[in-house]
Design a protein around this ligand. Structure first.
Ligand code: AHM
Ligand code: MG
Length: 333
């Protein structure tokens, strides 16, 4: 039986690999791990705890109803970042504006974190997997001052680390610092994330496609052709692919990471920019996909090359196994 490697041990072992190896990034990753354990506990109890489950009654900037658990998770992560001492500011799906921390120690922080505290929130009430997504950047503004919008609006290619936590049948944390992707499964009996998926690689191809096909008639013709290709006996596999759509990006992405597949959330006539948010949904998963050998595109451009102009900017999103995303892109005019 091989020795269990905890996330903490793994991060310490790899610390020297980081581009700025001062231990700060390690501490941020540890803070994220602790916050996600707390959120994991809350998610697991949600069905039991009446006052946590259900809509909170507020709507966020995108007009979506906030669930209580979204807010609980948002607060938990913000607390971890605000008092960790490495982060000068954050942006999250649940906050209209970015937050610049004002304490002296936070102003000296060199990093910003952008995150979606609980993605797939429509699945909370129905006991289906949900996730947290995060993206970490070095700040651009001067250390010792408050974080600025410019710190938040960096291209995905500037990320120093990114990851996600999947609250599924197990809780898993998967992250990259630009040197491959590693996955850790939470062992609830010891309260530790343990290395379970070393050097994850996304299969070059697969036979799973994930898209909300309710949108098929309002998306572009090229995408309709691609979906027809997936369903055809004339495709590269000689048989229809399987459609798999959970409606939780982290869960759909994670499945494709392991089994091979493509996830698509396109622009539509009713949502011309698509649905998913560039900064805290698409970029972090794009970084992980590329590090694992996959591709993330808007259908036309590499996601991580985009220069963001707004905090909650949305983009069309094609992500997954290299050959599958390339095939989809080849059919878009
Ligand atoms: P959310 O951040 O409000 O949860 O929205 C993002 C989610 C993704 O997890 C998921 O893939 C997608 O929205 C599902 O959208 P739809 O219900 O339109 O298919
Ligand atoms: Mg989301």
């Amino acid at each position: 039986m091989s020795k269990v490697v905890t996330l903490n041990e793994f991060i310490m072992d790899r610390q020297a690999d980081f581009p700025f190896a001062t231990g700060e990034l390690s501490r941020i990753l540890n803070d994220i791990a602790v916050a996600s354990k707390i959120v994991s506990r809350d998610v697991r109890q949600a069905g039991l705890v009446d006052h946590i489950l259900g809509a909170q009654g507020n709507t966020n900037i995108q007009g979506e109803e906030q669930q209580k658990l979204d807010v609980v998770a948002d607060e938990q992560f913000i607390k971890a970042f605000e008092y960790g001492g490495e982060i000068c500011g954050i942006a999250s799906e649940e906050n209209d504006d970015f937050v610049a921390f004002t304490s002296e120690s936070a102003k000296n922080g060199k990093y910003v974190v952008l995150f979606d505290p609980l993605d797939g929130s429509s699945n909370i009430d129905v006991n289906v997997s949900i996730g947290t997504i995060f993206s970490i950047y070095r700040r651009i503004s001067t250390v010792g001052t408050e974080a600025t919008l410019e710190d938040m609006l960096q291209s995905g290619s500037e990320q120093v680390a990114a990851g996600y936590v999947l609250y599924g049948s197990s809780t898993m944390l998967v992250y990259t610092t630009g040197r491959g992707v590693n996955g850790f499964t939470l062992d609830p009996s010891i309260g530790e994330f343990c290395l379970s998926h070393r050097d994850m690689r996304m299969p070059e191809t697969g036979r799973l496609y994930a898209m909300n096909e309710g949108n098929i008639n309002i998306c572009e013709e090229g995408l309709r052709e691609y979906v027809a290709y997936c369903q055809s006996f004339e495709n590269d596999k000689g048989a229809p692919y399987s459609g798999r759509y959970i409606g939780s990006l982290v869960a759909d992405f994670h499945r494709n990471m392991i089994k091979g597949g493509i996830y698509i959330y396109p622009d539509t006539t009713t949502s011309p920019e698509g649905k998913l948010r560039l900064l805290y949904e698409c970029n972090p998963l794009a970084f992980i996909a590329e590090q694992a050998g996959g591709i993330a595109s808007t259908g036309r451009k590499r996601v991580m090359d985009l220069k963001p102009t707004r905090l909650h900017e949305r983009v069309p999103f094609y992500i997954g196994s290299k050959q599958m995303v390339e095939k989809a892109m080849s059919l878009l005019k």
